[in-house]
Design a protein around this ligand. Sequence first.
Ligand code: NAD
Length: 471
Amino acid sequence: MSKDIKKYKLLLDGELITTDQSIEVINPANEEIIALCSKATNKELDLAIESAKKSQKLWAKTGIEERQQVLHEITNVIKDNRDQIARILTLEQGKTFIAAKGEVQFAEAFCNYFANQSLDNQLLKDDDSSIIEIHRLPLGVVAAIAPWNFPFLIAVYKTAPAILMGNSIILKPAPTTPISTCFFGELLQPIVPRGLINIITDENELGPTITRHPDIAKISFTGSTFTGKKVAENSGSTLTRLTLELGGNDPAIVMADAQPSKIAQDIFNSSMNNTGQICAAIKRLYVHQDIYEEMCNELKKIADGTKVGDGFEQGSDLGPLQNKNQYEKVKSYIEEAKQKGNIISGGEPLEGPGYFIPITLVKDIQDGAKLVDEEQFGPILPIIKYDDIDEVIDLSNSSKYGLGASVWSENIKKAREVAIKLEAGSVWVNQHAAIGPDIPLSGAKESGLGVEWGEEGLKEFTQLKILNIKK
Ligand code: NAD
């Protein structure tokens, strides 16, 4: 390890603080240590909560314009440092530098969107007997817990609505991708009030303490369904408000009248972007038997021409998996797929170092295989043949997940009829994972609880209060 390796600091109570303990941050493209990150203990967590409590009391008294102004400043500082943030993202997350810049730009768009929002009081009734108004109050201290697939974007899109609504926030990034969030802290330190935004890090130890803490008013969690259930359990004792954005196993149904050559690239991207590590990626592809072979061939052509490599290398289309655990998990899906289907592209992990898996397409596989039934979260797609649309709707709906789904057809009316029957929080037609700051995102079934983004998402950072005055 180089001696001049940077140790990132935590933003705590308005100061950038180095702690005694460190997290070693690994570049997934070569498995080398690229940085150290200060690791928080219960002491730093207590400081973050105390500081956030104090700060929130003052912040709640500010007007919406002042809060919007701070969000505009945050948007600008992100924009001004886009390339540097993107470089850190490629180093710690593995995605290509172009994709990393895209993530930062999307974060700017979210921050800018919330910087232009407000929720006015609403008059529900004003008649001879009473005036009834709906008010929206801040909740208090929000804890935001993030995963490792879009570390910067998720940190920003949780921070912006939380502080706009008069809350303070404590951000906790995932253990393997903490430094883009810590760098965000460096950028925020000169421009946000002391204690309004605090950053702590861990190696999975602090979650239970945060989620049980009586001084945390809301938890905004994005991560796996497995951990989301623990969060729900732990926060039950204090009835802490919860938003859970969890796992998915999104089906895409390609109808008999679809044109494979026209839609293959979009389907491919919707499955493989971010090396398949997207909650709402296409994770099972159901294709009508009449066009099954053609669709498989079109996807194979694209897969064979897609280069997985170091995110900084010219010519790399996709990066490695983000961490070793995920790499091992995806390899186990490939092993099973070799028994349960036919691999038509990829199939063998690339030689290391680095957590590289080539784009892997599996045809002639069916429901009942792990790769179809579970969330693979990697660049491996099962392509399943169907002949009866009602059966495939049932199969799509048989999952415990319900994050997203899509239907692909030349006939929008027919596709719409199928889309209506799919059990998911978002259903797209002739596209997948088309998301944005103004469009609410919500998971059905075990894909989540509550809503993020848009006005619906903003409301989740408030306490509803009814003011009911007798005349
Ligand atoms: P994870 O659940 O392992 O970790 C997420 C976060 O939870 C990390 O910060 C982790 O340190 C923390 N954590 C661990 N144990 C905890 C506990 N007991 N209490 C509280 N927090 C705890 O998820 P991951 O592997 O980092 O991310 C991948 C998963 O995230 C996938 O399932 C993916 O679908 C999901 N995801 C969902 C969305 C969405 O919007 N629905 C978006 C991105 C990722």
